[in-house]
Write a protein that binds this ligand. Structure first.
Ligand code: NAD
Ligand code: SER
Length: 321
């Protein structure tokens, strides 16, 4: 039986929905507690707690009651939403992190996973093959909160011996869950619209190249860094992580191989400015060197897999209706 008891906070979002499945397959359903602001269908699949990560007492009580040893903290406001609600973005992204880091500082939990983002980089960062250590002048509330969060993670590791691990995710793409208010969300919506209506209006311009990753690779990296021996995790701020990079035009071309009649139009909105401040590709060599990171999917493999699964679901829904 697993000795680890895991709490995933923000489990009903894009990453949590899939991460909970993967963790339960490894650690057992009863050892992985999903938790989010509201009760969701996840509660039918295994342990679930309604939680507000801002509520220190509630987080403390749930962790103690379940004997939690590891927390995956996913609750946050993403880039586009945080620009609309900057105060909430800052408060949630920082206070949530402190509440969990403090549990580890008090040795109530043993290990913390907290994701950072390519949003820690800014317009003055080298945009190609962005190194682990470089200029970081984020221009979004989200990016500022992630950069500050990284500094606090490293501080808690050095000062209080907190075993915290973190990855700078690129934009994530998966078929099992919807994205929650980011600048890279178009790369998920485009698949659904291609199959539903055969057309998509993109909120980024056709040549906007961004670093992206298929969800199975993100889950592999997340669980990989959490399971790595502590001495292999040398960076305690956050690791650069890379999958592949593409523009809306590139992914539309790839989708056309599956839906030949697919058309795309472009109507950039305020998210364009955010995308223009981020890198186009990431150097993840530190993660490869320290704990063996290697992605499995490129753009073509990801598109083929997304299409296969979304078409299957569509067919099953039609048969079931
Ligand atoms: P999401 O928005 O899809 O999910 C976040 C979840 O947190 C939601 O289910 C929401 O209900 C929950 N939540 C919000 N406030 C809460 C609170 N006060 N208490 C408890 N739960 C609360 O986000 P995601 O895409 O799953 O991202 C998870 C983490 O990964 C975030 O830290 C995000 O910054 C980071 N990240 C995501 C991406 C991506 O492309 N999805 C890229 C880089 C980093
Ligand atoms: N996918 C995320 C966003 O667009 C990057 O952190 O906000």
């Amino acid at each position: 039986m697993s000795k680890d008891k895991i709490l995933v906070i923000g489990s009903s979002g894009q990453i949590g929905t899939e991460l909970v499945h993967s963790l339960r397959a490894i650690y057992g359903v009863e050892n992985v507690i999903a938790s989010d602001l509201k009760l969701t269908d996840q509660a039918k699949e295994g342990p679930f707690e309604v939680i507000d990560v801002m509520n220190t007492t509630q987080v403390h009580e749930i962790v103690k009651r379940h004997g939690v040893t590891q927390v995956y903290l996913l609750a946050a406001l993403l880039s586009a939403t945080a620009e609309k609600m900057p105060k909430l973005g800052w408060d949630l992204n920082m206070q949530g992190l402190f509440n969990v880091l403090d549990l580890a500082k008090e040795k109530i939990i043993e290990r913390v996973y907290w994701p950072s983002s390519i949003a820690v980089f800014g317009p003055n960062t080298p945009r190609q093959n962005t190194p682990q250590y470089t200029i970081m002048e984020p221009s979004t509330v989200y990016g500022i909160s992630k950069q500050a969060g990284e500094r606090w993670c490293e501080y808690y590791f050095k000062k209080f011996n907190v075993d915290v691990r973190s990855l700078r995710y690129p934009g994530l793409i998966g078929w099992q869950s919807a994205p929650g208010g980011g600048t890279t969300d178009y790369a998920v919506h485009i698949f659904h619209e291609a199959l539903k209506t055969g057309t998509y209006e993109c909120f980024l311009s056709e040549d906007t190249i961004l670093p992206m990753m298929y969800m199975p690779d993100a889950l592999k990296a997340t669980i990989g860094i959490m399971q790595a021996d502590a001495d292999k995790v040398k960076i305690r701020s956050s690791y650069n992580l890379a999958g592949f990079s593409f523009s809306p035009k590139d992914i539309a071309e790839e989708i056309k191989k599956h839906v030949p009649e697919f058309t795309i139009t472009f109507k950039p909105d305020s998210r364009q400015q955010i995308a223009d401040s981020w890198p186009q590709s990431i150097d993840a060599s530190e993660a490869a060197k320290d704990w063996g990171w290697k992605p499995d999917f490129d753009l073509k493999q990801m598109t083929d897999d997304m299409m296969m699964n979304l078409k299957r679901i569509k067919k099953e829904t039609l048969i079931g209706s």
